[in-house]
Ligand binder design. Structure first.
Ligand code: NDP
Length: 241
């Protein structure tokens, strides 16, 4: 059993919730963050006993204060899962600046906002695990997702650079690129589009949050110390390279 402190952003629903619960089951002391859905946060905490901290991952100020609050109540963060993410789909010629900024700030700037206060202490302690949740659509592009794909591809470069910076100090950084996973995020995809997407998945079904959670616990473990700067695709064979 690990006993290490793990934080999962956007950990009250979907992939984040499954990842947080899987880490808890492995013996981590876990905290999750969320943005606004109080009801989901309360339901998650009462189901798992995992504390949920409310702050906007897109806000540098809120993240600095939120990280400090978590460290004060739980101790230094040793595993950070940057999972919080949103979609605001629109074709580029109809996309507003607000949509673009919201997606970039929530999905990409959040990684900086969280890591900036966490990576220094990890380096000092000689151990850390940064796990970023990217997307198949950051690898392939997708209609209506210039902002989302740019943010997710940006997370890829962010991960590689951070992996180089942390390698000699015991701090690994890896990216998981999920394919289509059956969560509330997919409610924004029109049902007829989802039928077409499912038909393109060789495994023949959508993924499950628990299947991403298993990848998270693997990369978080002490035994994954030689894996850094890697992209782990978990997509039912939809995109192979
Ligand atoms: P969900 O919509 O099910 O859950 C999103 C979680 O992120 C919620 O806990 C939500 O909190 C939180 N969140 C959203 N915005 C913020 C914010 N600004 N600050 C803090 N927390 C925030 O999403 P999924 O579980 O499906 O997705 C999780 C990650 O996986 C995302 O990064 C997504 O891009 C990625 N992904 C998902 C895929 C899928 O098919 N589902 C495929 C590929 C990647 P609240 O409840 O308060 O809103």
């Amino acid at each position: 059993m690990s006993g290490r402190v793990a934080v999962v952003t956007g950990g009250t629903r979907g992939i984040g919730a499954a990842s947080a619960d899987a880490l808890r089951q492995q013996g981590y002391r876990v905290a999750v963050t969320y943005n606004s859905n109080e009801q989901a946060a309360q339901a998650f905490t009462s189901r798992t006993g995992i504390p949920a901290f409310r702050f906007d991952a897109a806000s540098a100020e809120q993240c600095a204060a939120g990280v400090q609050k978590i460290v004060d109540s739980m101790g230094p963060i040793e595993v950070l899962v940057n999972n919080a993410g949103i979609t605001r789909d629109a074709m580029l010629h109809k996309m507003t600046h607000d949509q673009w900024n919201e997606v970039i700030q929530t999905n990409l700037s959040s990684c900086f906002n969280l890591c900036v206060g966490v990576v220094g202490p990890m380096r000092d302690r000689g151990f850390g695990r940064i796990i970023n949740i990217g997307s198949i659509n950051g690898q392939t592009g997708q209609l209506g997702q210039t902002a989302y794909a740019a943010a997710k591809a940006g997370m890829h470069g962010f991960t590689l650079a951070l992996a180089r910076e942390g390698a000699s100090r015991g701090v690994t950084a890896n990216l998981i690129a999920p394919g289509y996973i059956d969560t509330e995020l997919l409610h924004a995809v029109p049902p007829e589009e989802l039928v077409k997407i499912r038909a393109r998945i060789p495994v023949g079904r959508l993924g499950r949050s628990e299947e991403i959670a298993r990848a998270v616990t693997f990369l978080a473990s002490d035994r994954a110390g030689f894996i850094t700067g890697s992209t782990l695709t978990v997509n039912g064979g939809q995109h192979m390279y």
